[in-house]
Design a protein around this ligand. Structure first.
Ligand code: SGN
Ligand code: CA
Length: 521
């Protein structure tokens, strides 16, 4: 007699799926995760800055209207590679080990897109990947990525089949790849998770041809601390990310050598322009000529030139965001037209914040507000009430556990973040964090920002810059000094809050098991 054993169906499936199936078999949500590169919250109109009123982002704002906006959203290390590794793993930089750009991500570690794939999701990734590894090992059903930072015009695209040059503008291409997969590429019997990673508005800030003129002639409000003298802040005084001193006049600001000429001034990486076709180049030059000629004619003082550069920077930076916003709109439209929106989580965020002239800067890296913060908007009909504003502090370590939670998939104990689902249901857990840990490593490196760690509390921020002969502490009262101009580390009146924040910093380093950087005595 032959005895035939049949495993119960649940046991034959991967473990994570069992958890998911047990929770909500029919209603597992789809996930559309849209992340741009260096998109400052100041440049999203849902955040309400005066600047963004002149350059609104109506489609990104739709997500906040349909769902929630987080007003205290932070990263743990304001730099592309580390932030992306955190997004994937739910761990701080020191824990996943990717602390600086240029390192290689270990594809073998746990990442949420693979976990969702194993739990029965269709998964895909399109755009900037930038962790020096092919996404091959992640297990996406489909992917198309830019090479490293990628180019705005006619970029190289790497796919499972190899590398080729794509004709078109990066943001539009990434949107198109995403829509193609959503419409016809995916296995429609499964829920899906798609990562849409735009290159824009990253340096060198090149708008689509249809947007090159969009903000010409618009005068954007100049931050009050544009001419910061960095007094009392050693690391702020030695950075190389000042708009009027460190931006390349050709590569970044697209200034020309002389009236009537289209030849760029200092253009450190000509590749960005060389990729354009002759027709694209001609259209670009024609769009820029009048403003460049006017500048070459004018004999501006140093101060006026610095202010002019700010306007040019904003016109270009915000110009690149116009295509991102259109792309977000196209994805939202498709979800709504297909009815998928009803069971789809849509997130819009950036890999970190960015300086739009605050302290005179572009780029990020510092723990100071504009780069440590990052936009975070999310919709999920039926689960998040439209128009929700969440003020509880979140960090990019929280994204992975949130997606797992909504999908009903169990994650590993290595995750250091926490699911945001209670916050999105309108309830702040009593033990939700009130302060956020930060650690930046990349020095020496681009823009010469010194390594530092610190803690940002509800009111105070304590920072320690270290390494290469430096050990300098800073302390800010965000209530009286929201722009972080007045380092009060030596102020006797601040002795008690400084001591309290130092204790918190020690605790946080212990909690996260961060032994990198100098120990605090
Ligand atoms: C490039 C940029 C830098 C930028 C880094 C990191 N220079 O090197 O300005 O800080 O990327 O950015 S560029 O002119 O070559 O674009 S990140 O977003 O990838 O971390
Ligand atoms: Ca970035």
């Amino acid at each position: 007699m032959t005895i035939r054993f049949r495993l119960p169906v649940a046991l034959a499936l991967p473990l994570a799926y069992v958890a998911a199936a047990g929770a909500q078999p029919a209603a597992r949500p789809n996930i559309v995760y849209i992340m741009s590169d260096d998109h400052a919250y100041q440049a999203i109109s849902a955040y309400g800055s005066p600047l963004s009123k002149l350059a609104p982002t109506p489609n990104i704002d739709r997500i906040a209207k349909n769902g929630a906006i987080f007003t205290q959203s932070f990263v743990g290390n304001s730099l592309c590679g580390p932030s992306r590794a955190t997004l994937l793993t739910g761990r701080q930089s020191h824990a996943h080990g990717f602390t600086q750009n240029g390192q290689r991500f270990d594809n073998k570690v746990w990442v949420w897109p693979r976990a969702l794939g194993q739990a029965g999701y269709a998964t895909a990734m399109f755009g900037k990947w930038h962790i020096n590894r092919s996404p091959e090992g992640i297990g996406f059903d489909d992917w198309k990525v830019l090479d490293d930072q990628g180019e705005y015009y006619n970029p190289d695209i790497i796919t499972p089949k190899g590398r080729s040059i794509a004709q078109g503008y990066a943001t539009d291409l990434i949107t198109q790849y995403s829509l193609d997969w959503l419409k016809t590429g995916r296995d429609k019997s499964k829920p899906f998770a798609i990562l849409i990673h735009h290159k824009a508005p990253h340096r060198n800030f090149m708008p689509a041809l249809r947007h090159v003129r969009k903000y010409q002639g618009v005068t954007f409000p100049v931050p009050g601390n544009y001419f910061d003298d960095y007094r009392g802040r050693i690391a702020a005084g030695t950075q190389e990310m000042n708009i009027y001193r460190d931006m390349y006049e050709g590569h970044d600001l697209k200034m020309t050598v002389a009236k009537g000429s289209a030849q760029l001034r200092y253009n450190r990486w000509p590749g960005a322009f060389d990729r354009m076709t002759h027709a694209q180049q001609a259209e670009w030059d024609a769009a820029m000529q009048a403003d460049n000629d006017r500048l070459n004619d004018a004999k501006l003082s140093d101060r006026d030139l610095a202010l002019w550069k700010y306007q040019r920077y904003m016109q270009q930076y915000l110009g690149t965001i116009a295509a991102v916003d259109e792309g977000v709109g196209a994805v939202l439209d498709y979800l709504e037209e297909s009815g998928l929106d009803r069971n789809t989580i849509v997130v819009y965020t950036s890999d970190q914040g960015f300086y739009l002239g605050e302290h005179g800067w572009f780029d990020k890296r510092f723990i100071y507000e504009e780069s440590m913060r990052t936009p975070f908007l999310i919709q999920y009909p039926g689960h998040i009430r439209p128009g929700t504003r969440v003020a509880a502090p979140i960090q990019n370590i929280d994204y992975a556990p949130t997606f797992l939670d909504y999908a009903g998939v169990k994650g590993p104990a290595t995750i250091q973040g926490r699911s945001m689902t209670p916050l999105l249901a309108g309830r702040t857990p009593r033990d939700w964090r009130t302060d956020v840990y930060y650690h930046y490593y990349e020095f020496p490196g681009f823009h010469s920002v010194r390594a530092h760690y610190g803690v940002r509390g509800e009111r105070y921020k304590l920072v320690r810059f270290y390494g290469e002969g430096l050990d300098a502490w800073e302390f800010y009262d965000l209530k009286s000094d929201p722009h972080e101009m007045d380092n009060r580390i030596g102020d006797p009146a601040m002795k008690a809050p400084i001591a309290a924040m130092k204790r918190r910093l020690v605790e946080l380093r212990r909690e996260y098991e961060d032994t990198s950087g100098p120990a605090i005595s």
